[in-house]
Unconditional design. Sequence first.
Length: 344
Amino acid sequence: MDMTKLLLSSFQNKTSSQTPFWFMRQAGRYLPEYREVRKQAGSFMNLALNPELACEVTLQPIRRFGMSGAILFSDILMIPYGLGVDVEFVEGKGPQLSQIQNAQDLTKLSFDSFDRLNPVYEALDRIKSELGNETSLIGFCGAPWTVATYMVEGGSSKDFKNMKKWMYTDEESFSEMIDLLAEASIQYLKKQVKAGAEVLQIFDSWCGVLTKENFDKYSIQPTKKIVEGVKADFPDIPIIGFPRKCGSNLPKYVRETGIDGVSLDETVDLDLTLGTIDEKVLLQGCLDNGLLLGNEEKMLIEAEKILHKMKNRRFIFNLGHGVMKYTNPDQVGVLSEFIKSWKK
Ligand code: CP3
């Protein structure tokens, strides 16, 4: 592991007066230069599967704001695409996928088309060679539960009705799909590491709708399997889990998945939570992304509170969820400069 990089060394017990930072969705529509390249690419998939353009948009926020981490420009829906699902991002509607809703549909999924994802690894390779030696390259995937929600619902959902219907009518085939996604995630992440990813994040954005028992089955167990699978080949790669809005399941998730770091969302009460997580586990988060839409002073007061509470922990500053498209880039600049200048 390259210990000269602030973000990577934060996983060890190395003290630096500086706090590493990056922001979820730091590349995206709030940046005019992103909108320009996105227009040129024609569609989101064309952009994500074009190594040169994906590299360019990954680097855009780094050039402007100097984050300590560059997250690969891609999407969690690349895995369904690699398994043969049609994936399209429709303006104003979000992702649209050909649906997988029962045991019969599962036979449509196959690893035969997994090479469709080769441009992703090529993008990582390019980014790695263009990144300065201070910025860490972050690869990622969605957690099986969260990725499955898009496949089963055919896109974004509010009630996850098709997921719950399948889960509660034919648990065996439902578990098969989750296992298949875990296996695909292991292969995908390993290839990302081979191509140059130095840290990995597993996004479980929708695990917050699971009961305690199902959280264990469909969030903790598959995540644990992915962590073990990747670490069998790459024991030193740091892996961050993001069990968004998982509430009181958080300590168990951290203990049982084997992740090296946990990304916290904005609803987490840091005073109650810090004592429940082993100090060896890195924390990441958790400024409310809505503060970037408000006034500067309020945003910086809240950022400082987080920096202060985390100052004795292994910590990467981030938001509780992604940068919204309505965000003024100048506000991201103000926040970035504040974190860079803040010393423990
Ligand atoms: O900068 C980064 O964070 C890296 C790139 C990245 C994107 N999506 C780019 C993107 C990452 C890490 C993701 C993860 C992702 N994608 C998640 C997990 C994190 C989270 O937000 O909870 C989820 C749930 C998705 C699924 C997804 N992708 C949806 C629901 C949408 C549509 C919503 C929207 O804002 O339109 C996307 C599209 C998407 N992924 C965009 C970007 C920049 C916007 C589409 C575009 O530019 O055309």
